[in-house]
Design a protein around this ligand. Structure first.
Ligand SMILES: [Zn+2]
Length: 266
């Protein structure tokens, strides 16, 4: 931690640029997680691609990527967004994932020079970005991401003490319970499932990062985001029966964490 602080203090611009590069590389991996994890969760057999194997390839022609086709951001621009082998379009979302992670990593250590602040933001980002993208496409919030996020939040509060451990623990329990109760209330009232178990686990994880006191604000903000999202996507794509709650929760959680960190002056 202190070595990071010395580097950040001594060479702020270089440090933030390097952080951005790290962000682009991690963003590239997050893109792989978004592409491959849902199939693994849903298939429940070992035949689907793991996160590490096979190596990066074109989804259409299975052509294995050379090193120069696999550089975050640059390769997409170099190849003009198409596979060099079969000319199939490479999804724009991969470029967006890498670009956003680069920006977020660089900006977070620029505005929050304390290592425990920007490292917290990086960890949370690496969980929330794939969760958002997976929930939007598959209505799924995999345990493989929500559970480590919860343990990570508790552990970091124990190590750094930014948030009292008791607040983080109550945050996790209350986060789960609130949505679980709402789920049953809604189910008994309307005989429809309004929320998924993934939503409870995600709010539990976020509760561990922001503490129980911040949960009402977080849930309110998440609900507003989801309602806005519902109306916007209805205008664009017409009928829409289910709205994922994960993206709203993620956006609200990240915003509350950023506000808390700026309040604490880190
Ligand atoms: Zn191809």
């Amino acid at each position: 931690m202190s070595a990071l602080m010395i580097l950040r203090e001594g060479y702020p611009i270089a440090f933030c640029l390097m952080s951005g590069i790290l962000g682009a590389i991690l963003g590239s991996f997050l893109g792989v997680v978004v592409e491959r994890l849902p199939a693994r969760v849903m298939a429940e057999d070992a035949a689907t691609d793991s996160l590490m194997y096979p190596a990066s390839h074109c989804a259409q022609c299975l052509h294995l990527l050379n090193w120069w086709e696999n550089i975050p951001l640059f390769s997409w621009v170099l190849l003009r967004g198409r596979c060099a082998h079969c000319n199939t379009a490479i999804p724009l979302r991969l470029l967006v994932t890498e670009g956003l992670t680069l920006l977020f990593f660089a900006l977070s250590c620029w505005y929050f020079p304390a290592p425990q602040a920007f490292l917290s933001l990086w960890i949370v980002w690496c969980a929330l970005l794939p969760l958002t993208l997976i929930d939007l496409r598959h209505l799924l919030l995999p345990d493989a991401i929500t559970q480590p996020l919860l343990w990570g939040g508790l552990l970091l509060s124990a190590i750094t003490g930014r948030l009292p451990l008791v607040d983080a623990l109550y945050g996790a329990v209350a986060g789960y319970l609130v949505l679980w109760l709402l789920y049953w209330f809604f189910l008994l009232l309307t005989r429809r499932e309004g929320l998924g178990y993934g939503d409870f686990k995600l709010l539990a994880a976020l509760g561990a990062w922001v503490g129980w006191q911040a949960l009402p604000t977080l849930v309110f903000f998440a609900a507003v985001c989801s309602i806005l999202f519902y109306f916007c996507s209805r205008r664009i794509s017409g009928e829409l029966n289910v709205i994922p709650f994960g993206p709203g929760l993620s956006l609200a959680g990240l915003t509350v964490l950023i506000l808390q960190l700026s309040d604490s002056g880190l």
